[in-house]
Design a protein around this ligand. Structure first.
Ligand SMILES: Cc1cc2nc3c(=O)[nH]c(=O)nc-3n(C[C@H](O)[C@H](O)[C@H](O)COP(=O)(O)OP(=O)(O)OC[C@H]3O[C@@H](n4cnc5c(N)ncnc54)[C@H](O)[C@@H]3O)c2cc1C
Length: 384
């Protein structure tokens, strides 16, 4: 079959693009290397803008029905004890990627997207003029257009020869689910030397713990009783949390070489969405909203191109301009805050400053995310 569009990667951006294109009547193929459902490394904190995206994609009711944790407050600490508490501008959500990605994948299936998981893309050839061939572990597929939605870093980046992949990045991250403390409707972010750790509650009542740090943290000894790098225990609040929590997931999930570089919206005519185009620093808690939003930005241009209303150059130019307008400043600001928060002195000064001038803290929280769109109120039965 010759597809109108092939989306590579069934994370948030790939599923969102596939669902939107299927709703517009296009023949869409969605390819995912993992076997769903699967746990993914992520802070699992969904900032408020996602709710408008979920509504458009038709999964908002399901997200509430499954019991996504409502999050109203933020709690930031630095290693020397400075702390800042704030109300979030609107309700955010805690939901596991295990549930969320499955929900989106199944939604795509229900709209007649051809969805193949356990199917790894090995290479892509072709262009927007002649069409593409996508070579996978399950055979070859043809499409008029390919959407690259394969996340932060994939072997596919190397096969395609993308520039950023040859540059080393020192950032590593780990995630696990825990029980033993109840943080309720608070998103916690604790800075420690060379990194920070986020805690947020998900639909099961468990706490998702996710930390990102410079790789040098992993060269330190593990704390003898807590079993985590000693750097994390330098923040007393974080040390106390770990002392009270027990890990539920069998093992920590880990990732290395995390990069915040802008990677480009096109490569060999493949249209990149989500982290494949660029990822915001995790402490902003906005990567998932941005992944969903980038697919919303791309789809109208994709559709105009498929309908031959715009030529290849116009398609590319318009998407790049729209993407940069929405994300470039946020990505740069996110990286700046990340760089401050991993340095104990700056993290301490920053948290203290936010405490002294709460409006500054609230401004930073607002400036790293998009503007929430109004969402229709849920029936009362769904809110309970
Ligand atoms: C430590 C850390 C914490 C974070 N915490 C948060 C948070 O709390 N809140 C938030 O909003 N964001 C957070 N983020 C960011 C968020 O996880 C990402 O921005 C978001 O998942 C991007 O979605 P995506 O669709 O672009 O990519 P992904 O969700 O990563 O999906 C990409 C998919 O492509 C698949 N794939 C890769 N290669 C291939 C291939 N060759 N063939 C087929 N399939 C392939 C992968 O298996 C994956 O399923 C965090 C990121 C990090 C690193």
């Amino acid at each position: 079959m010759n597809y109108d569009a092939i989306a590579i990667g069934a994370g948030l951006s790939g599923c969102s693009a596939a669902i939107q294109l299927a709703k517009l009547g296009y023949r869409v193929l969605l390819l995912e290397q993992a076997h769903y459902p699967i746990h993914k490394l992520c802070g699992e904190f969904l900032s408020v803008e996602v709710q408008a995206s979920f509504e458009k994609l038709g999964i908002l009711e399901q997200v509430h029905h499954i019991g996504a944790q409502k999050i109203h407050r933020a709690y930031l600490t630095a290693a020397n004890g400075a702390e800042f508490r704030s109300n979030l501008p609107s309700t955010a959500l805690g939901l596991s990627r295990y549930q969320l990605d499955l929900m989106l994948f199944q939604k795509a299936q229900s709209l007649n997207v051809d969805c193949f998981d356990s199917t790894k893309v090995l290479d892509i050839t072709g262009d927007l003029k002649t069409g593409f061939t996508v070579n996978t572990t399950k055979g070859e597929f043809q499409g008029r257009l390919v959407l690259g939605a394969f996340g932060k870093r994939s072997p596919l980046d190397r096969s395609l020869g993308r520039g950023f992949i040859s540059k080393r990045s020192p950032w590593i991250a780990y995630k696990g689910h825990f029980k033993g403390v109840d943080i309720g409707d608070v998103i916690e972010l604790h800075s420690f030397p060379h990194g920070y750790c986020g805690l947020s509650q998900i639909e099961t009542g468990e706490i998702n713990v996710c930390w990102i740090a410079h790789e040098k943290v992993n060269k330190e000894d593990l704390h003898p009783s807590l079993g985590i790098p000693t750097a994390l225990t330098k923040n007393p609040v974080l040390a106390d949390r770990f002392a009270k929590m027990q890990r539920v997931s069998p093992a920590w999930q880990g990732l290395s070489q995390i990069t915040f570089a802008l990677k480009g919206n096109f490569h060999n005519d493949i249209c990149m969405v989500g982290d494949t185009a660029g990822m915001i620093a995790p402490l902003c808690g906005d990567g998932m909203a941005m992944a969903l939003r980038s697919a919303e930005i791309a789809v109208p241009f994709v559709s105009n191109f498929l309908e031959q209303q715009i030529d290849i150059d116009t398609f590319k130019k318009q998407y790049v301009i729209a993407w940069k307008q929405e994300f470039q400043t946020r990505l740069q600001l996110g990286q700046m805050i990340h760089n401050c928060f991993v340095q104990p002195t700056l993290a301490n000064a920053g948290v203290n400053l936010c405490k002294t001038i709460p409006a500054l803290g609230n401004w930073i929280i607002g400036a790293t995310r998009g503007k929430p769109e109004p969402v229709a109120p849920l029936p009362l039965t769904q809110i309970a």
